[in-house]
Design a protein around this ligand. Sequence first.
Ligand code: AHR
Length: 525
Amino acid sequence: MKSRPVHAVAFLLMVAPLGASAADTIRLSIDASKPGSKIDRNIFGQFAENLGQGLYGGIWVGPDSSIPNTRGIRNDVVAALRELKVPNVRWPGGCFADQYHWRNGIGPRDKRPATVNSAWGDVIDTNAFGTDEFMDFIQQIGSTPYVSVNVGSGTTEEAAEWLEYMTAAAPTALARERAANGHPAPYKVGFLGIGNESWDCGGAMTPDYYVSLMKVYSRFVLNMNPAQRKTDQMLKIAVGPGTPNTEWTEAVMQAWKKHTWAWDINGVSLHWYTVPNGWPPSTNSQKFVQGDYAKSLKSTLFMDQFLRQQEAVMDKYDPEKKVTLSVDEWGAWHAPLPGTNPAFLFQQNSMRDAVLASLNLNIFARHADRVRMANIAQMINVLQAMILTDKEKMVLTPTYYVFKMYVPFQDATFLPVTFDAGTYTHDGVSLPRVDAIAAKAVDGKLLLEITNLDAESPVSIDAALSGITAKVARAETLTGAAVDSVNTFESPDSVVSKAVAVKLQNGTISLTAAPRSVTVVTIEP
Ligand code: AHR
């Protein structure tokens, strides 16, 4: 993770230039009679690693804290996250997962050993936030656990016992230990990550070595919760690539093709960060110029090409698309905010991050037949976070509002949108001027998302609807005064979503999308 190859930025979403001036209208057509794949709610997943103040300070303050909490977990953070209907949370890492020994984090907190978090800054870890605290957090926000087990420095036995501790209903010794720790009922574990970045921080393994371990972990690390035996089964996610090459996915998928009754996997992961200048990340997360904005968006759009490349390999072995491509780390990785511990990966979050979040979510929606899971990195106080905290203070980031606006897209059905995106060019970087997706929500409403990438000019949108009789339309938009607008503890509402005017006439939706904005239109049939 520390010395990745420079990201290729030469790949761009190909969009035919429209030659439109800023005043021109961009016309979209949405056909509601041609439903595509389900946009799995799990693509709106989050990632909470034991890193910096992601857990400690961000989620966990302890029951004796003066910060209002429920059993040690911050009430303000829980309330904000509940609004996002977070479908799953990946924990405890990341690189940290391959160094985590779960037994350090159970039982009376005053008896837990202090350990060193050697993945992130060598800080002392009190282990106060362990398995039962994580599960409590998951229940408080109404989500599903995605637990990554330690393949790098752990054993199959250790991981199998952890799963037994979490999921056994029968009175085994480990289930009784969980009950003694105050949790008689087994937990549900929705997803199991078999290692993390095993080609790098997870143990610098070769693909073949990893595949051998993956099979053994898949065979023996079992979910024992009776409620998850037939339905609601735990999905096992194998490690996949973090750079655009196919060797790793080939090895995992080739093995999967020959899997037997003894083992199986349900997903392969992929990690892709927006790091426009290559590693180490050097972009400022606040106070930057339009050229940086354009470069970041261009780098983010590479996600589409990376997914296509991996999907081509997966399709070869799995044309029925049984195995999910799980983008379980994505987002903008900027330089650490000056004055903060660089190992804590703390950065500000601006309107640029909001736009690049919507571009990524739209890409995932277009790949919904294969990409059925994704986790933004990360949830609180780390990288492209939803929430920033400082002791008792909390602020919601522009990215938070994007996730909030996209909630109706969870489990919606993708609908095709055709449009000529036009071009936005700055400092020699050319991008589509507009991006858009549409979907039919689970409640039957039609949803249209429009991202105006243009940093300076508004764009008029006319969206013609077919296959639906639209009666009412309303829209909500997120924009900021500049591409580097941020929310701060002193000024928390600089970038918040607001209602915006939309016209519905003769089956056409018309609106003006502000520069650098994310808009969601809800249309009632
Ligand atoms: O999200 C931060 C780190 O990035 C994760 O721990 C690791 O998996 C990746 O390299």
